[in-house]
Design a protein around this ligand. Structure first.
Ligand SMILES: Cc1ncc(COP(=O)(O)O)c(C=O)c1O
Length: 364
């Protein structure tokens, strides 16, 4: 298993395992925009390099102003962090929940961070019939019996959304029970705006709802780390009060500003490319006998045909320089689930070719 730290994208572990250099892999185990960062990013960061002799703005003011404008929310309701991961930690520090609820299968940090901060974690589980969504009534019960609930939207690893009416039902339950409802929208930017199911436009109605956004995936800057939370101003202030000053570095702030000013063309080109390439991958994978969950994000969850397991496929592909994410450790999934990122056509064709070859019995 390559997920020694619990996540995909670990090319260092893969390099040790398969004897290649980290940069030599075609990595489908992390879900990063295949178009790369927006135009002007590298030049902008190069130009910003001399600024590293100064402290970053502890108030993140330039980025906050752009985010507030983009989402039509007040700056006081936004908290900028060192990746969506830090935002989740700040939420847990601000709320200090005793009982956290998660909807499995899901991003493992919901549970890991909650335990790190001393909470007890309980879960409800999605079903194959609902593409690994849980029944909304079950999540309502989870909300009623927790201090805080995490939900991925779209969820990782299955890539599916809950409808906005279901989210409303959950948010209303959260308000009734005084439970914080954290909706992780780390991948929502990859979905066409008209198909996004989000409570963002009606957030004022739900003071217990906190939206988590990542800029590392869509803008292809996971190494720089940048994310933010959108919440009631009191909640956002509570999160900021728990943050280590300067945790967001000056280059990450600059990268965020460049990203938000990059223009609509890059964003719509990304969304179009992901939709087309996801369909290509889905069709090819189904032809190979894989069961593909109809995800809407820039990754696909699939069940391999027998006798393949996540472990044997990851190993066979890894030896050929191709990395996929084993999902064998996700509660609620079986040992033959893997997740693959949607990349550009050249890379996706490599995945399909290599999978066909290993499944056809050809050795690398
Ligand atoms: C569902 C989900 N949320 C959040 C994150 C963390 O995002 P960031 O890189 O912004 O910390 C990840 C990273 O893989 C993720 O899969």
């Amino acid at each position: 298993m390559l997920e020694v730290y619990g996540h995909g994208g670990d090319v260092e572990s893969a390099a040790l395992r398969f004897g290649l250099k980290p940069g030599q892999f075609t990595d489908f185990s992390a879900n990063i925009n295949p178009l790369g960062p927006p135009p002007g990013m590298l030049e902008g960061l190069r130009a910003a390099l001399p600024e590293i002799i100064r402290y970053p703005d502890p108030g993140h003011r330039a980025l906050l102003s752009l985010l507030a404008e983009r989402h039509s929310v007040q700056q006081a309701g936004i908290c900028v962090g060192n990746g969506a991961a830090e935002i989740m930690a700040l939420i847990l520090l601000a709320v200090a929940p005793s009982k956290v609820g998660v909807v499995q299968p899901c991003f493992s940090e919901y549970e890991t961070l909650s335990r790190q901060f001393g909470a007890e974690v309980h879960a409800v589980c999605g079903t194959a019939e609902l593409d690994y969504r849980a029944e909304p009534e079950q999540i309502v019960k989870l909300v009623a019996s927790s201090d805080l609930v995490f939900l991925g939207q779209p969820n990782n690893p299955n890539g599916v959304q809950y409808g906005v009416r279901q989210l409303r039902q959950l948010a209303e339950a959260a308000e009734r029970h005084g439970t914080y409802f954290v909706i992780d929208e780390a991948f929502i930017d990859f979905i066409p705006p008209e198909q996004r199911q989000s409570l963002l436009p009606e957030l004022e109605r739900y003071p217990h709802v906190i939206l988590v956004r990542s800029m590392t995936k869509f803008y292809a800057i996971p190494g720089l780390r940048l994310g933010y939370g959108i919440a009631h101003p009191e909640m956002a202030a509570a999160m900021r009060s728990k943050q280590v000053t300067w945790s967001v570095n000056i280059l990450a702030l600059r990268a965020g500003e460049i990203s938000l000013q990059a223009g609509e063309e890059y964003e719509s080109a990304t969304i179009a490319a992901i939709a087309a390439e996801r369909e290509y991958l889905r069709t090819e994978l189904v032809c190979m006998g894989c069961e593909v969950t109809p995800g809407e994000a820039n990754y696909l969850l699939l069940r391999l045909p027998e006798p393949w397991t996540a472990g044997t496929m990851q190993e066979a592909l890894g030896r050929r320089g191709v990395l996929v994410r084993s999902c064998a450790m996700y509660p609620g999934l079986g040992g033959s689930h893997i997740r693959v990122a949607v990349k550009d056509r050249a890379a996706n064709a490599i995945l399909i070719r290599e999978m066909e070859q290993v499944m056809g019995g050809e050795q690398g």
